[in-house]
Design a protein around this ligand. Structure first.
Ligand SMILES: *Cc1c(COP(=O)(O)O)cnc(C)c1O
Length: 381
């Protein structure tokens, strides 16, 4: 018998979450379109499927987000996989091309590319694509990760226009990325820089990640006849970009459910301890279950005593230190649960991945992306 751990990926949850985001943007467009006759339209959606769809699998992302206006990722191999599996709409490389052969593939597979540096413009200048490459020229509006500095952006844009005249570049969009859309600082400062530097330029605009899309949908709205694209990732997988608002409060559904079973139980006396380092000590007799799931499966080792776990439908808590292949849970609230009892580590019938992440001092993103290869995947519609 195989080890009883598995992960289930729900394609319908992915589709549901995309529809939730679309409705959210449609509602923002409807309420912004004023009685004074100003019209706003909802942006198009790049579904971000980098890191193998945040650990859910590239193929699952392509299927679940079949209704997305485009797909976005960093890895060229993932982009080719999407195109070869039949996705015909735009595919965006979020970090652009790393070397000249990437440009050849971007050309052959009709990809769209971020251009964030002078080196990438140079690479384009030396390329001879069969078709002009659509690009998003990225502004560093304050995150200081990728993008042209505000005082270098207009010159970069002028170079992109020259490349367009030479038939190397097609449409030229403008893009930036927010550092604090999920927190109290918000987007105002970076948005002001973006408007000041690029506001009068034509072409598609793309600024919002999940947090900005959910919290500030109005900033991504477009005037009729212009193009705007949001780039949500985490929310499409049913996890939250916010520390102070859970995914369920937006109507999002977890697409990844990590489940296992109890493989042993132990009856502890007062004073007995659990696991490596003896980090948990029973202060009274207690029954514990040993679950086939550990950090080698992607469960965070930093999750300590008290991290929520669901056993046979009842919420309980993790005890002691997570091992490589096992972890221990308190069976006090589930006296009937024994060997083989089902355990939900996170997902549809468990705690949210964000709760587990919070208990481990990290974010749901990291846990989803870090799911280990050894965990068998079941994909359900
Ligand atoms: C990862 C990423 C996103 C999506 O971010 P989420 O917080 O998961 O919504 C959007 N844009 C860029 C450039 C990214 O790298």
């Amino acid at each position: 018998m195989p080890r009883p751990i598995s992960v289930t990926i729900s394609v319908s949850a992915l589709s549901h979450n995309l529809a939730v985001v679309r409705r959210h943007l449609d509602q923002a467009a409807a309420s912004a379109s004023g009685a004074d006759g100003t019209q706003w339209v909802a942006p198009s959606i790049w579904a971000v499927i980098k890191a193998h769809s945040y650990g859910h699998g590239t193929a699952q992302g392509v299927e679940g987000f079949a209704q997305a206006d485009g797909l976005a990722m960093l890895d060229l191999a993932e982009a080719l996989e999407c195109r070869e599996s039949g996705f015909a709409r735009p595919i965006l490389l979020l970090e652009g091309c790393f070397e000249p052969t990437d440009l050849e593939l971007a050309d052959r597979y009709r990809l769209t590319s971020v251009v964030h540096s002078r080196e990438q413009l140079d690479m384009l200048a030396h390329s001879r694509p069969a078709r002009p490459l659509d690009v998003l020229l990225k502004l560093n509006s304050g995150m200081n990760r990728l993008g042209f500095a505000p005082d270098a952006y207009r010159a970069a844009h002028a170079r992109a226009l020259e490349l367009r005249d030479r038939g190397i570049v097609g449409s030229i969009g403008r893009m930036t990325h927010f550092a604090n859309a999920d927190g109290p600082a918000g987007v105002a400062e970076q948005l002001a820089v973006f408007q000041r530097v690029t506001g009068d330029l034509p072409g598609p605009v793309s600024i919002s990640n999940s947090a900005a899309t959910l919290r500030y949908p109005e900033i991504a709205l477009a005037r009729p006849g212009t193009a705007s694209w949001v780039r949500p990732g985490i929310c499409l997988y049913g996890a939250s970009p916010f520390a102070d608002a859970d995914a369920a409060s937006f109507g999002l559904k977890p697409a990844m459910s990590l489940r296992s079973r109890i493989i042993a139980t132990q009856d502890l006396r007062a004073g007995d301890t659990v696991g490596y380092g003896s980090l948990f000590t029973a202060d009274a007799p207690i029954r514990i279950g040993v679950v086939a799931c550990g950090y080698a499966d992607g469960y965070p080792r930093h999750a300590g005593t008290g991290t929520p776990v669901v056993v046979a439908g009842t919420r309980t808590r993790l005890l002691g230190r997570v091992s490589m292949d096992m972890l221990a849970v308190d069976l006090t609230p589930v006296p009937d649960a024994g060997v083989d009892a089902p355990v939900s580590l996170w997902g549809a019938d468990g705690p949210s991945v964000d709760e587990v992440a919070q208990a481990a001092g990290t974010i749901g993103y990291e846990l989803l992306c870090a799911l280990a290869k050894r965990v068998p995947v079941r994909t359900v519609s």
